[in-house]
Design a protein around this ligand. Sequence first.
Ligand SMILES: *Cc1c(COP(=O)(O)O)cnc(C)c1O
Length: 402
Amino acid sequence: MKEMEKETTESRHYGEFGGQYIPETLMAELDRVAQAYDHYKNDPDFLKELHDLLNNYANRPSLLYYAKQMTEDLGGAKIYLKREDLNHTGAHKINNVIGQALLAKRMGKTRLIAETGAGQHGVATATIADLFNMDCEIFMGKEDTERQKLNVYRMELLGAKVHPVTTGSMVLKDAVNATLQEWTQRIDDTFYVMGSAVGPYPFPEMVHDFQSVISKESKQQILEAEGKLPDMVVACVGGGSNAIGSFANYIDDKDVQLVGCEAAGKGVDTDQTAATIERGSVGIFHGMKSMFLQNKYGQIDKVYSISAGLDYPGVGPEHAHLAELKRAKYVGITDDEAVNAFEYIAKTEGIVAAIESCHAVAYVEKIAPKMRKDQIIICTLSGRGDKDVASIAKYRGVNIDD
Ligand SMILES: *Cc1c(COP(=O)(O)O)cnc(C)c1O
């Protein structure tokens, strides 16, 4: 570890966070990925193909929708929703997958591997593998394969092979370990499509760049609609990809408040939580130095949230840095608050949003009434909520199984 740390340069870090804490076999391959990315991120042909796919396949630009009903009901700041739920495959994940898969193709790779928690990233990866005619294998904690049977079947329908991971607690963090392991064993034809703004450099940077299309568009859209920047941007944070994409183009606009909503589960003060920045401490895991929920020996905690997409014990290094700088604020939202927001946005705006996204909506419900009517909030809806209907019904004691 010492050796590797010495070799890493400033650009691979976000303050003290980030880096590349990985086995030597992967180091050379990560360098190749970093070099390829450095080249292609400025290559006009690459960028043209990326934008073509985003616009003509993924359905970008996504709407910036003025939520009139919510705004009037809450009686404070004007609320706009950035509609990533309207993207093909139903979430922001596709923005990043198209970018990374395109890079993999340029590097001559023929096989994509990825981890998935709830299955959204696995579905997006399987989808793009079809489009690019590549092989696709998805690693998913065995417990998650049982909780998310529909998405397992969907990935198989798309031609991906799904591997249930039976190590550790058989959830997302174990799936990341298994995917890294698989990559170590087969780097020649294989690219690991990382699902969030986490992992060793250059993944956090690539994911930041590919997701920053969210705030690039929202900035243009809000300037067109209102002639000024928003006062606040709110997004939910699992590993932090939709949030970093929502924040990216506002980070230098110091008057725009950035708020990330973490899953507090049953409460930040309970041990059934996933509020990494609020409750966690500095550590090294999954190839990066960042904030993690862990015990005093550095063993990663079992985390909990009603939302499978936020159920991750760490957070991307750039968020850890933004929190340390106090440039962004991170708040915990409980299961109860998120479920209430799920029902609220459905009834007010007619939008069934992902339970992950509803963590951000819940914060908007709290903060908008305290703001002035001439102020503006942009809240990212990271995904659509069809996948959550059954579990929300169950949470409310309604049986819709038969
Ligand atoms: C995966 C997912 C998330 C969490 O991931 P981030 O990397 O933090 O964005 C949030 N919302 C939806 C709909 C997701 O599918």
